[in-house]
Design a protein around this ligand. Structure first.
Ligand SMILES: NC(=O)c1ccc[n+]([C@@H]2O[C@H](COP(=O)([O-])OP(=O)(O)OC[C@H]3O[C@@H](n4cnc5c(N)ncnc54)[C@H](O)[C@@H]3O)[C@@H](O)[C@H]2O)c1
Length: 260
């Protein structure tokens, strides 16, 4: 597929860009001409992803749950560029325990990364976005679990629900400055996050998943998603084509949320 240079002269920061969905988004934004900072806690994986993407990507070490670490990221971006244009809050972790097994410690850990992490990164980096002179975009990667209920998902769903309404409220706060804020709610996407808790393989390869979601069409498009399925919609929300779109939650789930 050929790409235009619709993000030429833009600088994008993608948290959690070392793997999975973030990596696919980073690759797509770079293909569209942006210079991409892959900001991840797995710095070796992030460097590998950057070198595979090419000259338009480089890696920065960050733990989004740690303010000092995010401050260092802001300093590094400021020293190198002085500003940037596009922030993709993608880094996240999964938790798949039932409520009875959930400890408050684990609950707070998941909230610290998935919800507070996105808010912390946005708050810390916003002054650098404000200094930009291109179309300014913030895209949060939430989840269908942020807008729907699902068993064994209290910390994760609660955090993603927080990201969903953070998106809407921040869009209202920043609209007058022309900064758009939107979220994507991916459905079942084939990444390391979809590995079963016992490590025995991917959720999408199990018989129950194939039976319910594929054979019986609980996913109307009858397949799990791929990271590239999220990269296109993310690019749209980062591009000039989405200039009149803000505060929206775009569910990219093969139609799961359209069924009952
Ligand atoms: N895979 C799915 O089915 C799915 C569905 C809905 C939403 N999502 C969301 O999409 C996003 C990406 O998930 P993925 O499936 O690509 O998962 P993944 O595990 O493949 O990638 C997550 C990335 O985030 C990074 N990360 C984790 N904690 C971090 C931290 N504290 N600081 C910095 N980086 C950190 C990891 O190192 C990794 O590179 C997440 O926010 C996830 O919740 C995924």
């Amino acid at each position: 597929m050929t790409h235009s240079e619709r993000l030429k002269n833009r600088i994008a920061v993608v948290t959690g860009g070392a793997k999975g969905i973030g990596r696919a988004i980073a690759k797509r934004l770079a293909k569209e001409g942006a210079e991409v900072v892959i900001a991840d806690i797995l710095i070796d994986e992030a460097k590998k992803a950057a070198s595979e993407i090419g000259a338009r990507a480089y890696a920065e070490d960050v733990n989004i749950a740690d303010q000092d670490s995010v401050d260092r990221l802001a300093e590094a971006i400021n020293n190198r560029h002085g500003h940037f244009d596009i922030l993709v809050n993608n880094a996240g972790i999964l938790d798949a325990n039932g409520f009875d097994d959930m400890t408050m410690e684990r609950y707070l850990e998941v909230i610290a990364v998935n919800q507070h992490g996105a808010i912390r990164v946005t708050k810390t980096l916003l002054p650098l976005i404000r200094k930009g002179d291109q179309a300014k975009r913030i895209v949060n990667i939430a989840s269908i679990m942020g807008v729907r209920g699902s068993r064994d998902s209290i910390p994760y769903s609660t955090a993603k629900g927080g990201v969903v309404n953070f998106t809407r409220a921040l869009a209202c706060d920043l609209a007058s400055e022309g900064i758009t804020v939107n979220a994507i709610g991916p459905g079942f996407i084939d990444t390391d996050m979809a590995t079963l808790p016992d490590g025995s393989g991917h959720e999408h390869d199990t018989e129950w998943f194939k039976e319910i979601y594929i054979k019986h069409g609980r996913i109307p498009l009858r397949r799990a998603g791929k990271p590239d399925d999220i990269a296109g919609p993310a690019f749209f929300l980062c591009s000039d084509d989405s200039q009149y779109v803000t505060g929206q939650i775009l569910l990219v789930d093969g139609g799961v949320s359209a069924t009952f």
